[in-house]
Design a protein around this ligand. Structure first.
Ligand code: ATP
Ligand code: MG
Length: 354
C-alpha cells in the first residue's frame, strides 16, 4: 500500500507541471473559483451550490462542486450519494482525484471533500503539492469550481472564502441571518483577501423586498467597511426546495417550472455576464492558498484561539450564541464600533415580515 502510494505521488509530481505553473504565473486564466458561504447555518448554501452548478452546466459551462463543509457532507446527502473516497484519499496519495470525483446530474462533477479538508491541518508540503497537482487536472476540465463551505467565521471556513475568486454570501431576510452575514463579510474583510463578494437573499417572500433587503446590507457594508458587495440576486421561498431535499433530487431538475429554478437561472446568468475573468491562479492557486491557511488556523484553534483579531473572536461567539438558540442577539452586537451598526441598520424594517 505504501509503495503504491509512493509511486502515485511520484507520478503526480511529474504531472505538477506546465499548466499549473502557467496558471499560477497568470499566463493562463484558469477556472473561476466561487465559494458559497454564510454567516448563519441552514440558510440554503448547499442547495444553492448544487443547483447553481446545474444551472451553469446546463448553459454549456462545465462545472464542478467541491463539498468543503467541515461538518456534514451536504451535497452528497442532497444527491443521495454515498461516495467511497474523499479528497483526504487524494491528499494521502492513495487515490487520484479522478477516482474520487462522482459524476452528478448533467455531468456536473461532485468532489466529496469534507473529511479531506479537516485533515488538511496535518498536511505536509508533499501532500500540498500532491493536492495541487491533482486539482490541476481539473483546470482544463471545468470553467467554474463551486465550493460549498461551512457556515460562520471559523478560520477553516474563512480560509476557503478568502482563497476564492468570488464568494456568494447567502442570507435569509431574518435579522439574525443578516447580522451574521455582516459578521462574515467583516471577517473576510479583515483577512485582506481580494475575493469579490456577492450577496444572495434566499427564502425571500417577495423579489422586490428581498432585493431591498440585500441592498440595505450592501449599503451598510459599503459605509462601515468601505467594501463593495454586489447583490447577485434573490431566491424566493419555494416548497420545491424542501421537497427536493426529501426526494434527494435537485429542484433544478425535479421541479423545472419552480420559481426557485428561475431564480437560480438568473443567478447563473449574473455570474456569467457580470463576473470578470479570474486572476488568482485558477484552481491550483486556490488549493495552495487554502492549504497554507488551514494548518495555521487549526493550530490556532487548538490553543482555543481563532487566530483572528480580537474583535472577530467576539463576533464568532455572537454567531455561536445565536446558533445555540440564545436570545437572538445579532452576531455583531457586542463587537466594537465597526459592527455596532449592524443590528439596527440591517434589520429589514418594513422589509420581509408581512
Ligand atoms: N428557497 C428556499 N425555499 C424553501 N426552503 C428552502 C429554501 N432554501 C433552503 N430551504 C430549506 O432550508 C434547508 C437547508 O438548506 P441547506 O442545507 O442548503 O442550507 P445550508 O446553508 O447548506 O445549511 P448548513 O449550514 O447546515 O450547511 C433545506 O433543506 C430546505 O428545507
Ligand atoms: Mg450545507
Amino acid at each position: 500500500m505504501a509503495e503504491q502510494a509512493d509511486s502515485l505521488r511520484r507520478w503526480v509530481h511529474q504531472k505538477a507541471d506546465d499548466v499549473t505553473s502557467e496558471v499560477l504565473a497568470g499566463r493562463l486564466k484558469g477556472p473561476h473559483v466561487l465559494a458559497i458561504s454564510s454567516g448563519k447555518g441552514g440558510v440554503g448554501k448547499s442547495n444553492l451550490a448544487l443547483n447553481l452548478a446545474l444551472a451553469l452546466q446546463s448553459r454549456g459551462v462545465p462545472t464542478a462542486v467541491l463539498d468543503a463543509d467541515l461538518g456534514l457532507a451536504n451535497i452528497n446527502i442532497i444527491l443521495g450519494q454515498e461516495p467511497d473516497y474523499t479528497v483526504f484519499d487524494v491528499m494521502q496519495g492513495d487515490r487520484h482525484l479522478a477516482d474520487v470525483m462522482v459524476p452528478g446530474p448533467l455531468g456536473v462533477l461532485i468532489i466529496p471533500g469534507a473529511s479531506g479538508m479537516a485533515a488538511a491541518a496535518a498536511a505536509d508540503l508533499d501532500q500540498v503539492q500532491t493536492l495541487m497537482a491533482e486539482f490541476q487536472s481539473l483546470e482544463s476540465r471545468v470553467e467554474w469550481l463551486v465550493v460549498d463551505t461551512g457556515a460562520g467565521i471559523a478560520p477553516a471556513v474563512l480560509a476557503f472564502v478568502a482563497a476564492a475568486d468570488e464568494a456568494l454570501v447567502v442570507t435569509t431576510p431574518e435579522p439574525t441571518a443578516l447580522a451574521d452575514a455582516y459578521g462574515l463579510i467583516r471577517a473576510v474583510d479583515d483577512t485582506m483577501s481580494p475575493v469579490r463578494l456577492h450577496l444572495v437573499v434566499n427564502r425571500a417572500s417577495d423579489a422586490g423586498r428581498g432585493q431591498r433587503t440585500g441592498e440595505r446590507l450592501a449599503d451598510l457594508v459599503a459605509r462601515a467597511l468601505d467594501r463593495s458587495v454586489a447583490v447577485a440576486g434573490v431566491v424566493l421561498e419555494d416548497p420545491a426546495v424542501a421537497r427536493a431535499v426529501v426526494r434527494q433530487e435537485p429542484f433544478y431538475l425535479g421541479s423545472p417550472k419552480s420559481g426557485a429554478r428561475a431564480d437560480v437561472d438568473r443567478l447563473a446568468d449574473y455570474l456569467l455576464d457580470r463576473v470578470p475573468a479570474p486572476r488568482r491562479g485558477g484552481i491550483a492557486g486556490f488549493v495552495r492558498r487554502v492549504m497554507s491557511a488551514v494548518p495555521r488556523a487549526r493550530a490556532d484553534d487548538s490553543r482555543e484561539d481563532t487566530g483572528l483579531p480580537a474583535q472577530n473572536q467576539e463576533n464568532h461567539r455572537g454567531v455561536a450564541n445565536d446558533a445555540a438558540g440564545a436570545a437572538p442577539v445579532p452576531a455583531g452586537a457586542s463587537v466594537g464600533p465597526r459592527a455596532a451598526e449592524a443590528p439596527s441598520s440591517v434589520t429589514p424594517g418594513e422589509g420581509e415580515r408581512r
